[in-house]
Design a protein around this ligand. Structure first.
Ligand code: DON
Length: 597
């Protein structure tokens, strides 16, 4: 069967779109065969799974399975990543997709090379720093303008990024890797708990008047089941089928030119109070960047540079931990019992410094000077670590002058193969269902990434972030992101790949999952599922998931922390290589499941 499938993929990689259509029945037969990891029944237990060839951990079981099907068909980790991402457009439309952007970090074992693809959205050419502040409306309407409706939409980058990734670094063609997504859109996908909870949230917003279903009629009709609560055996049919087919046929041009581009400009341009133009779309290409790196315990950490803030914060954090070990503790951080009050306190202090710097210094480094070298330097981390008191937290001003904020519209996945190649990829449309604008006929959910800028100077964004001038709006500039896809290598092979969704909690959660694997030697099953903490410097709250809140809340108050309980902090996906094989875990907080073979 596998051989037959492989030959089939080879066949239809070379053939025309019409042939793909003719082969439709065969594809369904193959993809839906449980042997290919594409069963619609996700594994429900948390039993440990070890794979020998490859693993994909995405936040929907069928997205992980799509990546694995492509690997089994002879694709490499990048082909698998692109297939997973397109599948997520269909499966997680509230989190990511064609109308959004993302970051992909790749480790190529054969060439001993890392590649970073930045396909984050950009501000349209007509954007200005005061475009929201000067709107002739109420404060509340001004605030909403960067979150809901056409004016909230930044130029989407995902399709450009994925087309580039598969062309430059994949081994199969776009038509092939997009097939699982096309099949899912055509065949429909089963509704799962996460989709039900998203629908609940949105229907509650409609009820309490914060979302107007008439204004966002297509979202209501196509994605919210016209307000009828999803039932047990319902299936969701993505309205993006035509878009996916056009991308399969024409690649980049199927999205950024022609009828899809015209429809996006119609819905998000002048005609409806937005500023998106055809020129903005035509200019969209990914940016290739160099990863930020540091060494820790014999591992090399490769993570995302600006316009991500997460990479810098993660490097700063690892560097501070190195200094704490040397200067303050005199022993390795791993000797501190995991989740003991002292361990949580020190980690919180590290986070407070890293997030304070995020607020003060970070923005799109193609537009504003970002002191990357200084912030990621070990000597700088040493200075910060020397200000950490092992017994007490300090007032906010001791960490920094500016500010930072929860989870909604983002998705992270990790891929790894037996040879030591890996991908870490985080994608977003920002808030749940992004701007809520859905493109008629093509079903594309448009992002509201403009709210990741300091949209109105001095006012917090949707995540409570008040940010510096470094992140003010400029035409063509990319809004600062917390997305932190990270790969860790050892002896030239990828050993861990991780990342998260959850706004600013992405950074602290990715850091903890990495520490759990690197320092505490935990397999991803535990590294991902263990309870988490979060501190983002401002507001001055140490947030603990319920288990830790109950265990340690009162003890941590003695260190001077203001404590808050959270039912769930971010959603993380991680994979690892151990001596007995590959493991992966998709966060049960978002009902994902990893797949492998
Ligand atoms: O790029 C960012 O930092 C945000 N747009 C991420 C938003 C997010 O993670 C929402 N939740 N899952």
């Amino acid at each position: 069967m596998l051989k037959g499938y492989y030959m089939f993929i080879k066949f239809y990689s070379r053939k025309s779109f019409t042939n793909i259509m003719l082969s439709f029945t065969l594809i369904i037969a193959v993809f839906c065969n449980p042997q290919f990891g594409f069963s619609e029944t996700p594994p429900t237990d948390q039993q440990e799974r070890v794979y020998q060839k490859a693993v994909v951990a995405a936040d929907h079981p069928l997205a992980s399975a799509a990546g694995i099907a492509i690997l089994k068909a002879g694709g490499n980790v990048v082909d698998a990543a692109v297939a997973t991402s397109f599948a997520l457009s269909v499966l997680r439309p509230a989190s990511c997709g064609l109308g959004g952007g993302g970051f992909m970090v790749i480790w190529d074992e054969r060439q001993q090379k890392s590649i970073v693809i930045d396909y984050r959205e950009r501000a349209p050419a007509a954007a200005t720093p005061d475009m929201y502040a000067k709107l002739p409306s109420t404060d509340e309407q001004r605030k909403l303008a960067s979150r809901q409706g056409p004016l909230a939409v930044a130029v989407p980058g995902t399709v450009a990024g994925l087309c580039y990734a598969v062309k430059e670094y994949g081994t199969l063609d776009l038509k092939t890797v997009i097939q699982p997504a096309i099949l899912m859109a055509r065949k429909g996908v089963p509704i799962n708990d996460h989709m039900r909870s998203i629908q609940n949230t949105m229907l509650r917003r409609i009820k309490n008047g914060t979302l107007n279903p008439k204004r966002f009629q297509i979202l209501f009709d196509e994605y919210l089941n016209q307000g009828k609560p999803w039932k047990e055996n319902d299936r969701f049919f993505s309205p993006q089928l035509k878009s996916l087919e056009l991308i399969a046929e024409k690649g980049w041009a199927g999205f950024y030119e022609g009828p899809v581009a015209d429809a996006m400009v119609k819905a998000c341009g002048k005609q409806h109070g937005g500023i998106l133009t055809l020129e903005d779309l035509m200019k969209t290409q990914p940016v290739i960047r160099k990863p930020l790196t540091t060494n820790f315990n014999g591992y090399t950490i490769l993570t995302m540079p600006p316009p991500s803030s997460g990479g810098i914060a993660i490097i700063e954090s690892f560097n501070m931990i190195k200094s704490l070990e040397k200067e303050l503790l005199g022993y390795s951080f791993g000797k501190l019992q995991i989740h003991s009050p002292k361990q949580i306190h020190l980690l919180t202090e590290v986070m407070k410094h890293a997030y304070a710097d995020r607020a003060e210094y970070l923005g799109d480094s193609d537009f504003v000077p970002v002191p990357i070298q200084r912030l990621t330097n070990q000597n700088y981390a040493k200075q910060l670590a020397s200000r950490i008191n092992v017994e007490q937290t300090k007032p906010l001003k001791d960490y920094g002058r500016y500010i930072p904020p929860q989870d909604a519209g983002t998705s992270h996945f990790s891929v790894m193969d037996a040879a030591g190649n890996a991908v870490a990829c985080t994608e977003t449309i920002n808030l749940t269902f992004g701007s809520k604008v859905v493109i008629p006929e093509y079903g594309i959910v448009m992002n509201n990434e403009m709210d990741d800028f300091a949209a109105i100077s001095g006012k917090p964004n949707a995540f409570g972030l008040i940010q510096s001038k470094a992140n003010e709006i400029e035409p063509g500039k990319k809004p600062l992101s917390s997305m932190s896809p990270t790969i860790v290598t050892k002896d030239g092979k990828a050993v861990f790949s991780a990342g998260a969704s959850g706004g600013p909690r992405i950074i602290s959660s990715t850091l903890q999952v990495l520490l759990n694997m690197i320092v505490y030697g935990l397999p991803p099953e535990q590294a991902v599922e263990f309870p988490r903490i979060h501190h983002q410097w401002m507001p001055n709250d140490l947030v603990l998931e319920s288990k830790l809140f109950n265990q340690n809340g009162s003890k941590l108050k003695k260190f001077g922390h203001r404590i808050k309980e959270s039912s769930g902090i971010a959603a993380t996906q991680a994979v690892s290589r151990q001596s007995d094989g590959l493991r992966g875990q998709s966060d049960s907080r978002k009902h994902g499941a990893a797949a492998g073979y």
